[in-house]
Design a protein around this ligand. Structure first.
Ligand code: ZN
Length: 340
């Protein structure tokens, strides 16, 4: 299988994050990428390639132009003189009131970011941009009918990134960027199996009838991102009926995932997509430090095998997975399963 890599991922290397007011070691780190790449290389059967420099990700097809410009400018400013070797920029205040105004730099931090897990560092923009570039190149490969399956190995992840805000370790929504390209050629279905709800992807396509978004995740009453991911969120306007959330109780294992995946497949087959995108998080693994689910490594192969039966050109893009020992083997198992 062809693996499209992000050659700039290590530019974004946070050392800490803020959880409930407590400063803790960052979970979303470059070692995740290295762990996956090593596991794929050891397993064999995967070829790695960087996206061509000429690839232009259609960022403003899914993100607001002022957000894209802010991320670029804030990254550059974080790298300015006198800021220390690796400054992290977080918001402390978020928009409130009926007509919030964001005119200064401290207000803009809260305007364009919705949590304290997602700092902006000097290399954030270049790493996120290169990830979106990799996803775009993979989408073009599928659209040109060159491949049946392509895997995008990247970080930071993307599925929590909203049209106008970063959050949940995510800056640009790689799956949405790929979907925006593929939707020019036909209907697209996105299945998000990361343990956290893919809020950004849901909201970006919430009114669009030609992109089906399906997410299997931990019940947001107990798990990030808390404010969305409920079963009654089904799309709006022309997109009504094109969003399906399958929240599962924390502590769910293989039986619950089998049932949810079967429901997801029914909805996807009914939608008759031309292209299929998997937002592949492995943080539902039983040993993930922030997931809370009970999936064994072997189940990821079964999941991939079940999705193979859709028989659609498929783009798999890396999202979460934070146990450095198991994220690589889980990705290998999933890709083996989907390749058959
Ligand atoms: Zn996740």
């Amino acid at each position: 299988m062809r693996v499209i890599t992000n050659p700039r991922q290590a530019d974004h290397a946070p050392t800490v994050e803020v959880d409930g007011g407590e400063v803790i070691p960052a979970y979303e780190v470059p070692l995740r990428y290295a762990a996956i790449r090593t596991a794929l290389a050891t397993a064999g059967g995967f070829t790695f390639e960087e996206p061509p420099a000429t690839t232009e990700p259609p960022l403003t097809a899914v993100h607001q132009a002022d957000y894209v410009a802010y991320l670029q400018q804030a990254s550059a400013e974080a790298g300015g003189a006198g800021n220390g070797p690796m400054p992290h920029r977080w918001p402390s205040v978020f928009p409130f009131g009926p007509h919030p105004r964001a005119l200064g730099p401290r207000a803009l931090r809260g305007r364009f970011c919705y949590d304290t897990y997602t700092p902006i560092l000097p290399g954030t923009y270049s790493a996120a941009f290169a990830g979106a570039t990799a996803a775009s190149y993979a989408a073009h490969l599928l659209a040109c009918s060159q491949e049946r399956n392509v895997y995008v190995l990247t970080r930071p992840p993307g599925h929590h990134a909203e049209a106008d805000r970063c959050g949940g370790y995510c800056y640009f929504n790689n799956a949405a960027v790929a979907a925006a390209i593929l939707a020019r050629f036909g209907p697209v279905a996105i299945l998000d199996v990361d343990v956290h709800h893919g809020n950004g992807t849901q909201h970006i396509f919430y009114e669009q009838p030609n992109v089906l978004t399906v997410s299997i995740h931990g019940d947001p009453r107990g798990l990030y991102p808390f404010f969305s991911g409920y079963a009654d969120e089904t799309g709006t306007g022309r997109g009504l009926g094109t969003n399906l959330n399958l929240p599962l109780p924390l502590g769910s294992g293989v039986p619950e995932y089998r049932d949810a995946l079967a429901q997801a497949l029914v909805a996807i087959e009914r939608f008759r997509p031309e292209f299929f995108i998997v937002a592949l998080g492995t943080d539902a693994h039983e040993s993930d430090p922030i997931g809370g689910m009970h999936l064994p490594t072997t189940y990821f192969r079964e999941m991939g095998a079940n999705l193979r039966h859709l028989q659609r050109p498929t783009l798999i893009v890396q999202e979460g997975g934070y146990n450095l020992e198991v994220v690589g083997p889980c990705v290998v198992e999933f890709l083996r399963g989907i390749e058959g």
